[in-house]
Write a protein that binds this ligand. Structure first.
Ligand SMILES: [Fe+2]
Length: 490
């Protein structure tokens, strides 16, 4: 496995065959992933405690002189306890990592978010708290969603602090300096414990928009740059879809409602959803200035966790990118299997461009580029842009082993394949000081080196990925693979 699966996966998705130059390029870049079996289980192992700040060893290259700051990341880090374990990757305790770069060198620290869930599970010596894909056990407290909140998906810098984000409950505030937990942030007393997605969208002026989804209702959150609540309005959705992310322009909020519908009261939570491939993926477009003003588009069914920021063209056409799969197999099966050390080869999601025309017609154009964890240059969020940064792989083993950018104008990829020894996490972009133009700067990307059994941090010139990393550091330990991060320049 393998390139054949990669290509077979494309045909499963109904994607066109790769054009010859791209085929040669992709095959060359991905060939390494097919040649060596490695134990990827390390990336889903337990981290048993906090990690005090420690220097990382520089393995190669030199850190750009102007690069300094902290890469914060979040992701599940503790899954198993003697009396019972989590059954789904998304149900591990939130572990905040801080890679700090200063004077050309790097350190790594990690600290668990001190949540009621983690305290309850630790006291019981078992994972008793129910989760996204994990049944609860006797003794679990279920007074509110925040009793089950693992604070484990993303991290957002807000006014000098970090907010550790889940999607079913409140943000949890973390001290950015020592990663200690300050506590759950209640944005308004009557909205305590309400859902708050892990992918808020910041506007250029700093206002932060987010959703909290409850069946066929959603809360539309608007916060100031200081994290104070500006408004919260409840809206009706056309269906009770699973929503992990959304998109936005300067004027519009764009909510993708895929036909993974919450229609049963079964537990765990994800088992209450039914995939209905014969129903459309609906896209709800809301005017930020008047949430009662809405348009709904219908596209063929697809599943996606993540979307890029949208932009509007002069004639009103809205475009945005997605990492689209044929179905939600990873959410429902793959992310369970990985905790047991199992993996059924699965076609990876592929980049797709969604176009919403003013005449009410929508369409999705699926590329042949395997992609997840899309990121972009935040200076271009909400505005026309050409580039998407993403992880890439072949689906033969869990997650990804390549880092790539895709240019929507030229339809060309720039790829670096770390090979089968590495499991690649989401990359985060930071601009080179004084630079102008899209994606002029660096990408910071951790990997779990499965052979060296260590977490690594790599710095790339975002415009020259295939040249390889400018600099690589290695920690003394391997932390479990993380989900999402943010960089705060020094
Ligand atoms: Fe996410």
């Amino acid at each position: 496995m393998n390139r054949r699966l990669f290509l077979t996966g494309m045909s499963t998705l109904g994607l066109p065959a790769l054009a010859p130059p791209e085929l040669a390029h992709a095959a060359g870049q991905l060939a390494l992933g097919a040649t060596l079996g490695v134990d990827w289980g390390l990336a889903f192992a337990d981290q048993d405690g906090d990690l005090a700040p420690a220097p990382m060893k520089r393995m190669s290259g030199a850190c750009p002189a102007a690069l300094a700051g902290s890469l914060y990341r979040n992701g599940p880090g503790k899954f198993r306890r003697p009396g019972g374990s989590a059954a789904h990757w998304f149900d591990g305790d939130g572990l905040i990592r801080a890679f700090r770069i200063r004077d050309g060198e790097a350190t790594l620290a990690a600290r668990f978010v001190d949540t009621p869930k983690r305290r309850a599970d630790a006291a019981a010596n078992a994972v008793i708290t129910p989760g996204f894909g994990t049944l609860g056990r006797p003794g679990a407290k279920a007074g509110s969603a925040d009793d089950a909140n693992p604070a484990n998906i993303a991290v957002m810098p807000v006014a000098g602090d970090l907010w550790a984000l889940w999607e079913g409950g409140s943000p949890t505030v973390v001290n950015a300096a020592d990663l200690s937990t300050r506590g759950v942030r209640t944005l308004r007393p009557d909205l305590a414990h309400m859902p708050f997605l892990a992918h808020p969208k910041a506007e250029p002026d700093g206002d932060i928009w987010n959703l909290g989804v409850m069946g066929d209702k959603a809360l539309v959150w608007r916060l100031g740059r200081d994290g104070a609540l500006v408004s919260a309005e409840t809206i009706d959705l056309p269906c009770a879809s699973y929503v992990h992310d959304f998109s936005a322009t300067e004027r519009w909020l764009i909510v993708v409602l895929q036909p993974l519908i919450h229609d049963k009261t079964t537990l765990p939570y994800i088992d209450g959803f039914t995939w209905r491939p014969n129903e459309p993926t609906r896209i709800l477009v809301l005017d930020k200035a008047d949430l009662g003003s809405r348009r709904i588009y219908e596209l063929p069914a697809f599943f996606a966790f993540h979307f890029g920021p949208a932009w509007a063209e002069p004639d009103g056409t809205i475009r945005f990118d997605a990492c689209a799969s044929a179905d939600p197999t990873f959410a429902t099966r793959g992310a369970r299997e990985v905790l047991k050390g199992d993996w059924t080869p699965t076609p990876p999601p592929a980049l797709a461009l969604i176009t919403l025309s003013p005449d009410g017609q929508g369409r999705i154009e699926r590329s042949q580029v395997a992609a997840e964890f899309p990121r972009n240059d935040p200076a271009f969020s909400g505005w026309p842009r050409a580039m998407t940064v993403h992880a890439t792989g072949d689906g033969a083993t869990p997650l990804f082993h390549g880092l790539a950018t895709y240019n929507w104008s030229t339809h060309r990829s720039d790829v670096f394949d770390f090979g089968p020894a590495h499991l690649v996490e989401e990359a985060v972009f930071t601009p080179r000081p004084g630079s102008a133009g899209e994606l002029k700067g660096w990408l910071l990307v951790p990997t779990v080196n499965l052979v060296s059994k260590a977490t690594e941090l790599h710095v790339f010139d975002a415009g020259r990925l295939s040249d390889g990393p400018l600099c690589t550091w290695r920690a003394d330990v391997a932390l479990p693979v993380s989900l999402h991060g943010a960089f705060v320049a020094a």
